[in-house]
Design a protein. Structure first.
Length: 300
């Protein structure tokens, strides 16, 4: 949720440490406050009858510093500070898979924020995953990261449509920056991005793979990975994930073990180098749960 849409009790805001002064300019403060509220004794409410106006200006009326890439560096520093403070245990390595570029960014000194976390007796991130967003036992991943086409250096990509339900899955050049090319192959055999899972708009050869909300009752969202042939097989149709012959779109088509465009590899699996902490498998969902109220009020 955008930081401009929060309302919070002033005294409690001060009590839980206000903003992280090590974060700069813009980006990440909403995530920090969300985690801090949930893990340090608070609750976040969603008010469906509230009305909030947010005028987004065509450009920032401030600068992020001199030189190219400063916008990126500032925001990524803020994200990394959040990750170091709140994503304890294996969850931090999951963040570095999702945002590998963060490894090279200096997050600064977070000792004061870690001391605040201890002072407030905040719970660990497992509590968030188990209570704020309850996860089923199968929510651990079989594989994560980019899904690379064997035919060329292209990866499955949400084509910039992370906020567009029904977006066609596409193939674009692999960039190893996570985000729109970051996927989680779950133990329940769903392939999930940050918001949506793979589905199909039909069960006949040539049907497109689309990105939609998860439906626990739909077998159209289940995909099996054959480690020997490197094919991803759509369970309901028995067809294989393939490249569209005339576009960047990704489809399902008749399985052919000799067709190179049906061979795929996952960036990280449970067999990935165990000596590298950034390669450790972990949970598959990284999102929020809000309490929906019928009345227009909020609490903490």
């Amino acid at each position: 949720m955008a930081g401009g849409l929060f309302a919070i009790d002033r005294e409690w805001f001060i009590e839980i440490g206000m903003y992280d002064e090590g974060q700069h300019i813009w980006g990440g403060e909403n995530i920090d406050l969300s985690f801090r509220v949930w893990l340090c004794g608070g609750v976040q409410w969603l008010c469906p009858c509230s009305k909030v106006a947010h005028i987004f200006r065509p450009k920032h009326p401030y600068t992020f510093g001199d030189g190219d890439g400063q916008n990126f560096n500032v925001v990524m520093k803020n994200y990394k500070r959040n990750a170091i403070v709140w994503l304890d245990g294996p969850h931090l390595s999951f963040f570095y898979k999702w945002k590998p570029q963060a490894l090279a960014v200096d997050a600064g000194d977070v000792s004061e924020r870690l001391a605040l976390k201890e002072k407030l007796q905040c719970k660990n991130f497992d509590y968030f995953l188990e209570n704020v967003w309850p996860l089923p036992a199968e929510a651990d991943c079989l594989a994560t990261g980019m899904i690379n086409a064997a035919a060329d250096n292209q990866c499955l990509d949400n084509a910039g449509g992370s906020d567009t339900h029904g977006q066609h899955l596409q193939l674009w050049g692999c960039h190893n920056l996570g985000n729109n090319q970051f996927w989680m192959y779950r133990k329940d055999r769903r392939i999930m991005g940050l918001l949506y899972v793979f589905d199909v708009d039909g069960v006949t050869p040539g049907s497109h793979i689309i990105l939609v909300w998860i439906n626990e009752n739909s077998d159209r969202q289940l995909f099996d990975y054959n480690t020997k042939t490197e094919q991803i097989v759509h369970r309901a149709s028995g067809l294989c994930v393939d490249k569209h012959i005339k576009s960047r779109d990704v489809i399902i088509d008749t399985c052919d073990v000799y067709r190179v465009h049906q061979r795929w590899s996952f960036q990280y699996t449970t067999q990935t180098d165990p000596s590298n902490p950034a390669h450790q498998p972990t949970g598959c969902v990284f999102t929020f749960k809000l309490y929906l109220l019928n009345e227009c009020y909020w609490g903490y």
